[in-house]
Design a protein around this ligand. Sequence first.
Ligand code: TYD
Length: 211
Amino acid sequence: MTKGRATRVSGRFISFEGIDGAGKSTHLDAVAQRLRAGGATVVCTREPCGTPLAERVREIFLHESADVLTEVLLAFAARRDHLRAVIEPALAAGHTVLCDRFTDATFAYQGAGGGAPPAVLTQLEQWVQGDLQPDLTIWFDLPAALAAQRRAQDRAADRFEQRDLAFFERVRAGYAARMAAAPHRFARIDASVARDAVLQQIHAAMKARAW
Ligand code: TYD
């Protein structure tokens, strides 16, 4: 089979991660504004999503009940399409890509949360994306109980958001493990504080990279 693209590209690839209710989507917009003000062309996208095929997978993924391996395969199938149709062309054109969730979400939710074997995830990651990884992953970290409170104020829960606190603590631990395996790629943000203080931490992480 054809493997994911293995060469480096010119644009920046930033992913946003965290358990549901961490506030990442709001901050993604703020980061996009900041980068655009600095002259960058910014492409905002999200997973599971980003192409017509991936949108249809998202519907299945969020609303149908399936075993965890099926979820993994759906997530990576959508990701493959999203990479080829949206992310890779944007990076090749020198654009900055901001992606609301990427492969770390599959390791955290289906792996740490749902018990999918790490070897399967690692193999699929290699097949689907080759050596492409985000240049920076902004991880919005906060206790599962606080995230649940925020979700309750905010919106109706989807299939994943209805899981219990123990599930979200496992997901959180999954993100921590991904960060431990690639510390240079991650910026851990304390998302339990007020919105402005969260934004300051993000700006500090970007400044540390001279962005
Ligand atoms: P998200 O886009 O954050 O939801 P919304 O913007 O609608 O609030 O993510 C949708 C859900 O999908 C979220 O609960 C996490 C889950 N998810 C996985 O379980 N595995 C994955 O690989 C991805 C990308 C998302």
